[in-house]
Design a protein around this ligand. Sequence first.
Ligand code: PLP
Length: 374
Amino acid sequence: MSSASTSISFVDLTALHAPLHEDITLAIRRVLERSNFILGNEVQEFEESFASYCGVPHAVGVDSGFSALELALRGLGVGPGDEVVTVAHTFYATGAAIKACGAEPVFVDIDPSSYTMDPSSLEAALSERTRAVIPVHIYGQVADMDPIVEFCRRNDLWLIEDAAQAHGATYRGQKAGSFGDAAAFSFYPTKNLGALGDAGAVTTPHKDLAERLKVLRNCGQKEKNVHEVFGFNRRLDTLQAAVLKIKLEYLDEWNRLRGKLALLYNDLLSSIEEVQNPLVKDQNEHVYHLYVIQTKDRNLIAQEISKRGVQNGIHYPTPLHQQEPFKGADRRGLSVTESVTGRILSLPMHPYLTEVQVQNVAAALKESLIQKES
Ligand SMILES: *Cc1c(COP(=O)(O)O)cnc(C)c1O
């Protein structure tokens, strides 16, 4: 085995940033020269560019995706006594943001092919206390929004998208982040659009919500030293905004490269009977934040491909309702959620992965399956 020398990274931020060193350094130097570190011009400039990219009137920069979710909920008035319907097949922050604002999550199941919220599970999750629904565009594919939007309208509920993995993804040609009353984005470094540290944003069609969010993220102040509401320190740093503005220009090209690599993976893996490729619904354009397959004996296969130098991950190994902070949470039939967590496996995916590396991942997977048989 020649694994060590040919190790294939799961993500490669060094390769991603290499062509941008000069631009990023200049942008950082400009901020340093002005020393406008808190809510400098770059924050508003990035917010405007990002809102326009998503096809929404407003974007408000915050310090993480977690804050984006929590402040969106708080800004819409969701709090103690309220229930928010979401999925358990997601990252911790989706559920934690609901608890952070004092509300309770109600977990519903996912669609077995797209891994996104199953719209047919919503009706049973509705109660007198339901205030909002948070679908998650997991792995880079937008949830089935038509029935979800319709359900929220009919029941007078807020719709908040968790778009932390879906920058640039579309559903019927419409961009992630433009379907609901608010959408939360994360710019965690490994996301399709990432900062050089933690950052996030809320997009919204509502001007009044955007204004409330700007107050909430800034210690409740509209005016200095006048704290008109109970706010927090959740601002987006000027430095991060300056870097994000540069990186936003490359997002479409990076997403295109991810899509191309995914097609190659699909092609190479389609002949392996034991492997189920990611499925993309007709109306969707997937941006492959993660390339996730399903396979039997997942833990063994993960171990075998690791031995062959292929980094991999599981997103996520334990659904939220089985994690300690959510143990008592309300849930509705999570059989699909529970069955996929034992079978999913995320393979290396980033814009600068080479075709040869994808071929090597596919070969390692084939070898591992043969190994397992023998
Ligand atoms: C990354 C992520 C978040 C949280 O983002 P942070 O910036 O890490 O706080 C929320 N939801 C999903 C689905 C994510 O992948």
